[in-house]
Design a protein around this ligand. Sequence first.
Ligand SMILES: [Fe+2]
Ligand SMILES: [Fe+2]
Length: 170
Amino acid sequence: METTTTPSHGILSEDRREEREELIGMLEKAYWMELETVMSYLANSINPDGVRAQEIKESLEEDVQEELGHARQFGARIKELYGVVPGSLEFQAEQRYLQPPEQQTDVVHVIKGVIEAESGAIEYYNRIIEFCEGRDLVTQDMVIDILRDEEGHRRLFEGFLREYQAEGLA
Ligand SMILES: [Fe+2]
Ligand SMILES: [Fe+2]
């Protein structure tokens, strides 16, 4: 009977173990970033008050689903790379800028927080994409797709901010 073997080429091979583990570490961080974003956007899709807040709330409600989908993709890729999706006790929060504002009508605070979160994701995902170059094109392909979503989110909220800036409110 033939024994099962790991692939001899590519990121799943035994002699690429070290690189694979480094990549898994990066994917774990991305996974946590997405889940923290889910928490922050969920709160900010509920808290804001006022007529002008409605658009922001609806947009964040949609984003919650997208960011959750990203977390799911990062988790699945961790598993495919022979890693284990971490448990909640390993989570460490970092998004100070997305905590609820003092006044729930302070929509600008929320918009700026979202832009900062998206910028952080864009920066980090670019680093993962660079790391994957010549190492793991499957992960790279996945993260490029996710990066595009984050660029779209960022652009949308930049547009919201411009409107407030044009009126001298930000
Ligand atoms: Fe995301
Ligand atoms: Fe996003």
